[in-house]
Design a protein around this ligand. Structure first.
Ligand SMILES: [Zn+2]
Length: 343
């Protein structure tokens, strides 16, 4: 297998401005592999960069290739990589840490200050025909995992990390606030971890119906029904809406010694119900991406415990990247748009 000299990429040139460009095909360096991209999921962060040109302290100052949920086939390998990996189907873990700092050495590489993460300025992402990644972050996937599902192992990893941090286990009763892609994979992951009750709240009836189909034991239309109406108290909250009211309602619904993991991104500040937290000894943590989640995510999908293909609500060519980025705003039933650069 040999790679072409040039490739097409979809580049964000500024807020609301995506264009197709030709660029030289990157060459894999030592320890790296070149991957022909089969599928790339569109994340809320991609859409946010498209709409606003920035996320918090990360600002798009020069043209940026978006996309960080990617899968494909290894087209070439750099020095020091087993050449038999050419042709292997892989899911890309899109953040490569320095592997030497205090956080990396303690196994928390998601907190590495020198992380190079796809589609986060100034690092280009995977809305491209080919990308280069460190060999250890190109995870082989079995053929029973589709290209789209292999790409969506990335958001599944967010849910695996959240469930680990919340210590979801057999018999857990879980409330998931928000039924977007992260909420829907969190429902499935919590069930796979052994949760026996998983309720989901959202304001979108189509998403709640999908949550039910994917195994949620209760759905709450947040427009008129709060978590206090559940016949049980959750011992885990996975907050995936980013909405302050949903967050506070979820925290307030938690049982004694409950745990909350805040995954959704909303405003920068939130007023917390302190007396509730103190009297019930609630634990609250944030999450930042994930570490060591791909092996678990691959097994959850390969074993059929988690269905990622069901989340795909639209497929697009690379030259339709802009449509993919705005799909959610056109269609309230949209959950996950994927770009297939080889089509
Ligand atoms: Zn590090």
């Amino acid at each position: 297998m040999s790679a072409p000299a040039v490739m097409r990429v979809a580049v964000l040139r500024g807020a609301g401005d995506v264009a197709i460009e030709e660029r030289p095909t990157p060459r894999p360096g030592r320890g790296e592999v070149l991957v022909t991209v089969g599928s790339v999921g569109v994340c809320g962060s991609d859409t946010h960069y498209y709409d606003h040109g920035r996320i918090g302290r990360f600002v798009v100052e020069s043209p940026l290739v978006l996309g960080h949920e990617a899968s494909g086939v290894i087209a070439a390998v750099g020095d020091g990589v087993d050449p038999s990996r050419v042709g292997q189907r892989v899911s890309i873990e899109p953040g490569v840490p320095d592997l030497t700092c205090r956080m990396c050495l303690s196994g928390r590489y998601n907190l590495c200050p020198d992380m190079r993460f796809f589609a986060t300025p100034p690092i280009d992402g995977a809305f491209a025909e080919l990308v280069v990644v460190h060999q250890a972050f190109a995870h082989p996937v079995p053929d029973r995992i589709s290209d789209d599902a292999a790409a969506l192992l990335e958001p599944l990893s967010v849910a695996v990390w959240a469930c680990r941090k919340a210590r979801v286990t057999a018999g857990s009763r879980v409330l998931v606030t928000g039924a977007g892609a992260i909420g829907l994979v969190s429902v499935q992951t919590a069930l796979a971890f052994g949760a026996t009750e998983v309720a989901v709240s959202d304001v979108n009836p189509a998403r709640l119906a999908l949550a039910r189909e994917l195994g949620a034991t209760a759905v709450l239309d947040a427009r008129d029904t709060g978590p206090e109406t559940l016949p049980w108290r959750p011992d885990v909250l996975i907050e995936a809406s980013g909405h302050p009211l949903a967050t506070v309602a979820g925290l307030t619904a938690l049982d004694l010694a409950g745990r909350a993991v805040l995954v959704g991104m909303g405003g920068d500040e939130l007023a917390l119900p302190l007396s509730v937290m103190q009297e019930r000894e609630l634990e609250i943590t944030g999450t930042f991406r994930y570490a060591n989640t791909w092996p678990t995510a691959i097994e959850l999908v390969a074993s059929g415990r988690v269905d990622l293909d069901r989340l795909v609500t639209g497929t697009y060519r690379l030259d339709q990247a802009e449509e993919a980025l705005t799909a959610a705003r056109q269609d309230p039933g949209a959950v996950k748009a994927v770009v297939r650069p080889q089509t």
